[in-house]
Design a protein around this ligand. Structure first.
Ligand SMILES: Cc1cc2nc3c(=O)[nH]c(=O)nc-3n(C[C@H](O)[C@H](O)[C@H](O)COP(=O)(O)OP(=O)(O)OC[C@H]3O[C@@H](n4cnc5c(N)ncnc54)[C@H](O)[C@@H]3O)c2cc1C
Length: 347
């Protein structure tokens, strides 16, 4: 009897989940297993700001209902960490010591927020915004008209900043060279984009280097600020929450030692295949070779990431589709004078 093909996917975000759906379409008899550190099924992170509109139940943010995975025979192993990949035996090694064999592997492990080394020891006092739980925690710490300090100012942060100001909160960005990341903005154009941010009610401050984040255990009278940002020079800044937005770093520690080529992300050809014959990659974790640009490019954002999941699944099942690899994502200023990024669009 012919053995069903075993597909393993690391990551249950937009890329991994789209790939799982497409693999099921292309290879109906296969065994598909998605492995994810997430405790919940796939939640649309672009929808996390809906907690500010009063969404209190994570089930409202599920992209697919729980029965979807059952109906499509897609096994999702939640709260499971891949610690390494054994490319000689085609096995995933999990942190809890179990192993899992694959015939073909898709790495769609996304990226995590980068925190500069000098601030890492203060991580406990920084607010992440990656899970439903920490989105609710942020909302609760802000109260009615809270104050958020953002560091860096990448496009993920700016997306959240516009939701926060719309919900009546105050946002100040202490910007550095990651402002507008991953858009590449010419020095001469920065002023007009900053003006657009200000038109959106977001304050931008340049030239101050944060060196520490402290907890305020007893807020002074009339304030609820629980965090203090300390700079190399000058007065500290108080806020309800301090959030790092210094760009994303691909999550690929588990790929170290596999022999698969890595620059900053996993390197793939336009067919999304890595340098290993049995491994593909999609989403924020990979950099795709662009013959037009003569370099490897990252492609962020919902539409790009979902497309990569689709293409990878097609090619893993014998197809030969190429990802369009020239960078076209431009930051724009709308007629109303506010910013719009194609990275913010999603369905
Ligand atoms: C709050 C928020 C808002 C955002 N808003 C925008 C936006 O408006 N526009 C935009 O362009 N981008 C936004 N992003 C960036 C966004 O993450 C991506 O562009 C896109 O969603 C990435 O999809 P992905 O499938 O590649 O990875 P992710 O969605 O990051 O999924 C990665 C998956 O890999 C799993 N994983 C990672 N490591 C392991 C491991 N060792 N073992 C097992 N599983 C692992 C994780 O559990 C997760 O399921 C936002 C991100 C956040 C956090």
């Amino acid at each position: 009897m012919k053995q069903s093909r075993r597909y393993a996917i690391i990551g249950s975000g937009a890329a991994g989940t789209e790939a799982a759906c497409q693999l099921r379409n292309h290879d109906p008899d296969s065994v598909i297993t998605v492995v994810t550190t997430s405790k919940l099924q796939f939640i649309d992170r672009y929808d996390l700001p809906r907690v500010f509109d009063g969404v209190d139940d994570w089930r409202e943010l599920l992209v697919h209902p729980p029965e979807f995975y059952h109906d499509n025979k897609i096994t999702v192993r939640r709260n499971t960490w891949v610690s390494s990949v054994n490319t000689r035996e085609n096995k995933l090694n999990f942190r809890h010591k179990e192993t899992m064999v694959y015939d073909k592997l898709l790495v769609a492990s996304g990226g995590g927020g980068h925190i500069p080394e000098g601030l890492r020891e203060f991580s406990a006092y920084l607010n992440p915004f990656t899970t439903f739980q920490n989105a609710v925690r942020l909302r609760d710490s802000l109260g009615k008209q809270g104050k958020v300090v953002m560091l860096g100012g990448d496009m993920v942060g700016l997306d959240l900043a516009r939701s926060l100001t719309a919900a009546g909160h105050q946002v100040t960005i202490f910007a550095n060279e990651t402002l507008f990341w991953p858009h590449e903005i010419k020095q001469a154009d920065i002023a007009q984009y900053v003006k657009a941010l200000e038109a959106m009610g977001i304050k931008v401050v340049f030239g101050r280097k944060p060196v520490a984040v402290e907890q305020i255990s007893r807020p002074s009278k009339g304030t609820s600020y629980s965090r203090r940002l300390v700079f190399e020079k000058g007065k500290p800044e108080l806020a309800n929450a301090i959030m790092p937005f210094y760009g994303l770093m691909p999550a690929l520690n588990f790929m170290m030692g596999t022999g698969v080529d890595i620059e900053r992300g996993l390197l793939v050809n336009p067919h999304l295949k890595t340098t290993n014959d049995k491994i593909w990659a999609a989403g924020d974790v990979c950099q795709i070779w662009s013959p037009e640009d003569n370099r490897y490019n990252f492609f962020y954002g919902w539409a790009n990431v979902k497309k990569m999941g689709l293409i990878a699944a097609h090619n893993m099942t014998g197809g030969s589709t190429e990802m369009k690899t020239s960078q076209t994502n431009k930051l724009k200023i709308t007629k109303n004078g506010v910013l719009h990024s194609p990275y913010w669009e999603h369905d």
